[in-house]
Design a protein around this ligand. Sequence first.
Ligand SMILES: *Cc1c(COP(=O)(O)O)cnc(C)c1O
Length: 387
Amino acid sequence: MSTSRSATLPVARPSLGQAEEVAVLEVLRSGWVSQGPRVAAFEAAFAEYVGAAHAIAVSSCTTALHLAMLVAGIKPGDEVLCPSLSYIATANGIVYAGGTPVFVDVDRSTYNMDPSRIEAAITPRTRAILAVHQVGLPSALEEICDIANRRGLLVIEDAACAIGAVYKGRRIGQPHTSMACFSFHPRKILTTGEGGMITTADAELAARLRRLRQHAMSVSDLARHASAQVVVESYDEVGYNYRMTDLQAAIGLVQLKRLPEMIDRRRWLASRYTERLSQLEWLIPPVEPAECKQNYQSYMVRLTEDAPVTRDQLMQELLNQGISTRRGIMAIHRESPYRKGEWDARLPETNLAADTTIILPLFHDMTESDQDHVLDCVEQISSPVRR
Ligand SMILES: *Cc1c(COP(=O)(O)O)cnc(C)c1O
């Protein structure tokens, strides 16, 4: 009940400073606040950072996933393989396009889709695999793409959490697959308030994505504005308003410049966590396979079976000490829209992870003393003199 600290330590907090403020003011004063020159500049900078030919900014990763599914040709009746251990938006993006998510269980140590379980989930209706890089750790893309190539399936990445993460020496967003979808929600490392980005190597997909995000309009506002001739646009299919604003893109441009430093900081804080937490027998820190460099968008640990407390007790104990945490990744198949299938029996690792993982505070401006407080409290839980 009583705590030595007055404010609760948050589990995450975006790092937004004066440079972001100045950038937003500039846009406000420019008179162009909707999708325009800042969005175009953010797309170019983002494409260069990840090493993609094309980057298309949208209003969120959820809308990015929806458009990716549409341009991938996902239609009613088509099945898309994805993990259930993910944020619900992963499955929603498939459903918006009329597709059916088919859940594949995860690997116990990486929390990502287990490639050895993919073949068994493929049916004649399977069209694509949506690989999620959970909490910023790249999925086993090589194994997944091997299967997909063999079986004639498309691979799309839900890279919501994976900005700056590296797989086999290349950043996520480079064309490992057909498209990668990123999120700029404040819980992610780079934030624009809300926002998303799709990267692809395919010029045709990129052009279609650009049209669909603004009602399938044949000319962009920017192109029309820049043209010396009167341009009359046409609308050749039913599109969407999934645009990012220039206000958001201006923040994104600043955040993108700061990204390498922000990722270094997170990796450093994560290594401090792991150093001490790996001493505890009842907590399993996150892993980093040799072919991956993760960004530690979240620092998630798992409680073993003989932990002295349950996951929810641990969360409460920490909250009592002024530390807020979150349960680990959710299991989509447990939520009512997705409960229909006989998923529970087929997803034992997903269930285990959803029940026994916890996300500890980790954010750019977290101090060492904040972190030491978290570590001290967790260590106290395992001490025998606990009340
Ligand atoms: C956050 C998240 C999303 C949704 O991103 P939004 O930008 O909030 O729409 C999708 N998938 C995963 C794995 C996420 O973590």
